[in-house]
Design a protein around this ligand. Structure first.
Ligand code: CTP
Ligand code: CA
Length: 227
């Protein structure tokens, strides 16, 4: 109708996006983290808002400004991200672009670990919850579209296909992050979109272009219900 045309193709839709790394504290001054600038996730959140969606962006620590007109929730750890995602549901679309740390320390030291204590510290690690799998495999309150990312250094499409199935995702955006491609922190991204119908290879695009193209696919999905 007229209001949807004025508000854009995703008007009235709630789009949830995770972005950035998570930080898992070791002691008060050290942490475990994945590499992530947050550029791709933040670009996706902006692209969703540009199509008229109500956007919640759950982000780990990044050196990026909060995008205007978006509800931004700042977290540090994977457990905090999982809680913030649960709090933000229900959503029509959930896009998991964050580079979540796979492990956290079992017991966080309250005092700084000192070299003078002697020897190397033994860090005991526990696996973090898989936030995407938790949402993708929901039987109730599952978003209509659940989209994950897969950053791989080898077997990119095969790994993305496996993750699509095990995590209950509709689509996986797979990107090759082997060191030669230099994607981390950069503005370009070469991705493959893995869906139930197969694999689409996209040309190398800026992260803003990847975001716009992904969001156009999402709008098509809601308008045609074809994919
Ligand atoms: N993901 C998540 N929660 C985690 C780990 C990953 O939500 N604890 C999400 C990421 O945001 C991404 C997708 O799962 O959308 C794939 O992340 P990736 O690190 O590639 O997959 P893992 O299952 O952690 O596998 P591995 O790191 O062993 O390749
Ligand atoms: Ca991982």
């Amino acid at each position: 109708g007229a209001s949807a045309a004025q508000g854009g193709p995703l008007a009235g839709k709630h789009v949830l996006v995770t972005s950035g790394p998570t930080h898992e504290p070791i002691d008060p001054v050290r942490y475990i983290a994945n590499r992530s600038s947050g550029k791709q996730g933040h670009a996706i959140a902006r692209a969703a808002a540009a199509l008229g969606a109500d956007v919640t962006l759950v982000t780990g620590p990044v050196a990026l400004a909060d995008p205007a007109g978006i509800n931004v929730v700042h977290i540090e750890t994977a457990q905090e991200m999982a809680q913030a995602v649960a709090n933000a549901l229900p959503a029509d679309v959930a896009i998991f672009a964050a580079a979540v740390a796979d492990w956290r320390t079992t017991a966080q030291k309250q005092a700084k670990i000192k070299k003078s204590a002697g020897g190397k510290p033994q860090l005991e690690l526990t696996e973090n919850p898989d936030i995407l799998a938790g949402v993708g495999n929901r039987t109730e309150g599952r978003p209509t579209l659940v989209i994950g990312f897969a950053a791989e250094t080898e077997n990119v499409v095969a790994e993305a296909t496996r993750k699509r199935q095990t995590k209950g995702a509709d689509w996986i955006v797979a990107n090759d992050v082997s060191p030669a491609r230099g994607v981390f922190g950069g503005d370009g991204n070469t991705v493959h979109l893995v869906t139930a119908h197969g694999v689409e290879d996209w040309p190398t695009l800026s992260k803003d272009e990847v975001a716009a193209r992904l969001m156009a696919h999402i709008a098509d999905h809601f308008n045609s219900k074809a994919s």
